[in-house]
Write a protein that binds this ligand. Structure first.
Ligand code: G6P
Length: 608
């Protein structure tokens, strides 16, 4: 969702802001704007639509001169996408310009108060109140004013603020919305995430909630809400610029699909030592694990689908009951949890609003929080008792692939780690599990080598109007992800069903030519799913089966079969998901869809 970049230095700010914003496009947006300070005044340029419109309007930033500025990509929440609703918003006198990511929950009462005091609003946004509040509370001291403003607003915010009285500094703050500080040589930055400034610096500060940062060309000072300076540890990002570039691929999504073997390896390798899983990252003791009463897994979107896999795997290996819930439901369901429950929170971005709120809800009930997060220093990571990072690197395509795969990997690590501590493995089983886990990257590479096979199938089905994905247990969990992948980028209606449930209603939708993708990878339930394949075939469906190279029977019943290598049953999702990701990608590509930035979707959903 909304993206922020800010710059102060010796170079022209506008081109740097536009370039930085282009790196944040993946977050999803529908308008963009910049504010540049020059000659004691602030100049603003904004435009509805893609960043290219703003670039054209400003001649790639050349028409707005100045070496300090803030920029924003807006994903509309309060008020339609339009020039006037775009950020930056300006206070009535023109003294302040504000960019904001998040939601000001009490903006209606603040707006009313400000209108009563004579302020005039021109936009429908919640953000405009911030610009006017700055004016209202202005004491001549920008830090003091910032503290007053954030004490009045409720909700989530990352803010970047220019004040025309301050020709050589600007100010920013964050609470529950992401904002990092980039440290350069005679230049400094703020940004919603590292990718926006990676070209200029890899040295950053992660801000905690309500830390206020004052940036000058050659200094960065961070303060708490008592206006006391806070010392922060500098963090050096080890990604290089190419990690966030397309590198010759047509789409980030394909690049990220191809990066999966490396991402999985990077996530597993540091955590396996001398044939054992070592989770130095977490403080959960054997005693703690033995005392776990129940596990909840809470997440949104694909991360939720990882949770569904997690339920099957953890219950199977550890025999601890697991409940999986989408975060937007969990946060309001008055969950029955207590200190003996472990809540596993999964999030690529670490900033999904519902997931963060669900985490806080669980924490309020005294539960222990273990999060699986890709973005270091993100809000969810900061709010958790323990964090296991997925080392997927930056994921740019809205439709997740490598983050999903690394999250699966962490789930396996957690499940096997706990099972071993609980004495659920024989020593032979544990060693075999680890051996199989370590074999995953090579097996994923093998599947990717024959991706043209899936491309061919996509060419046969890209005109379908509706597609069903079926499977049982873990195959069902992966069906959910396969179906989501397809629909989010190709706009084809698709549903995932537990194969045995189909006959309780949905089978009535099957008619001549309907494509059913049937996953039957596990040994135990293979025959059961084959029976379901026969049921849909009998009603006219065309079936694409996904199974392992040990199951020849699928060839007898399905019209097309995609084979994956065999692996420990619990790990099969890591392999079966690959052809489904490829299928979604190729279908969307053949339909000419905007694969990396599908309509209406945002990578990072920072609003409820
Ligand atoms: C959005 C993305 C999905 C993602 C979900 C959860 O909907 O488009 O790909 O799975 O958010 O995001 P998170 O960052 O919490 O994993």
């Amino acid at each position: 969702m909304c993206g922020i970049v800010g710059y102060i230095g010796e170079n022209q700010a506008a081109p740097i802001l536009l370039e930085g914003l282009s790196k944040l496009e993946y977050r999803g947006y529908d308008s963009a704007g910049i504010a540049i300070f020059n000659n004691n005044e602030i100049k603003v340029a904004k435009a509805k639509g893609r960043l290219a419109v703003l670039s054209e309007k400003t001649d790639n930033g050349k028409t707005v001169q100045g070496t300090m500025g803030i920029g924003h990509t807006r994903w509309a929440t309060h008020g339609e996408p339009s020039d006037v609703n775009s950020h930056p918003h300006i206070s009535m006198s023109g003294r302040f310009a504000v960019v904001h990511n998040g939601i000001i929950e009490n903006y209606i009462s603040l707006k009313k108060k400000l209108i009563d005091k004579g302020f005039e609003f021109i936009s429908e946004t919640d953000t405009e109140v911030i610009a006017h509040l700055f004016e209202y509370y202005y004491t001549g001291d920008i830090l003091d004013t910032m503290v007053k403003v954030i004490n009045r607003v409720e909700g989530s915010y990352a803010l970047g603020v220019l004040c025309s009285d301050y020709p050589d500094s600007f100010i920013a703050v964050r609470k529950s919305s992401p904002l990092i500080v980039g440290l350069g040589d005679k230049e400094n930055f703020i940004a919603s995430d590292v990718t926006a400034i990676l070209k200029h610096t890899r040295d950053i500060y992660y801000l905690e909630d309500n830390e206020v940062v004052v940036l000058k060309k050659d200094s960065v000072k961070i303060y708490n809400t008592d206006k006391e300076e806070v010392q922060k540890e500098k963090f050096t990002v080890d990604w290089d610029v190419s990690a966030a570039e397309k590198g010759g691929y047509e789409h980030f999504m394909m690049k990220e699909i191809e990066e999966q073997p490396t991402a999985i390896r990077d996530t597993i390798s540091p955590r396996i030592k001398d044939g054992k899983i070592v989770l130095d990252d977490i403080s959960l003791t054997t005693e703690d694990i033995k005392n776990i009463n129940k596990i909840y897994i809470v997440a949104c979107g694909s991360a939720y689908h990882v949770g569904v896999v997690g339920k099957y795997v953890i219950e199977k290996l550890c025999r601890i009951p697991v409940e999986v819930q989408v975060a937007s439901e969990f946060r309001y369901c008055d969950p029955i949890i207590n200190k003996n429950d472990l809540v596993i929170v999964i999030s690529q971005s670490g900033e999904t609003a519902d997931t963060l709120a669900a985490l806080k809800e669980a924490k309020n009930h005294g539960a222990r929080i273990l999060s699986i997060v890709n973005v270091v220093g993100s809000a969810i990571a900061n709010a958790s008792d323990d964090v296991i990072y997925t080392w997927a690197g930056p994921e740019i395509a809205v439709a997740t692939t490598k983050a999903y795969s690394t999250q699966l990997t962490v789930i396996y690590l957690i499940a096997a780690y706990m099972a071993e501590k609980l004495g659920m493995f024989t020593s032979g089983e544990y060693a075999r599990f680890i051996e199989e886990l370590v074999s995953l990257p090579d097996k994923v590479s093998d599947i990717l080598k024959s991706k043209e096979e899936v491309q061919y199938l996509a060419s046969k089905f890209f005109n379908c109007h509706s597609i069903f994905f079926i499977g049982r247990n873990l195959d069902y969990a992966v069906s959910l992800e396969g179906s989501l992948k397809l629909k989010e980028i190709s706009y084809i209606h698709s549903e995932a069903y537990a194969a045995g449930e189909l006959k309780h209603g949905t089978i009535s939708l099957i008619e001549d030519g309907t494509l059913v993708v049937a996953l039957a990878t596990g040994q135990e339930l293979f025959d059961k799913t084959v029976s379901n394949v026969k049921e849909v075939k009998a009603r006219g469906a065309v079936v694409m089966g996904v199974t392992t190279d040990t199951h020849d029977n699928m060839d007898d019943v399905a019209d097309y079969v995609v084979k994956i290598p065999s692996v420990h049953e619990a790990l099969l999702p890591s392999l079966s998901v690959i052809p489904l990701q490829l299928f979604g990608y190729y279908v969307a590509s053949l339909k000419g869809c905007d694969i990396d930035k599908p309509r209406n979707l945002a990578k990072s959903v920072t609003v409820e």
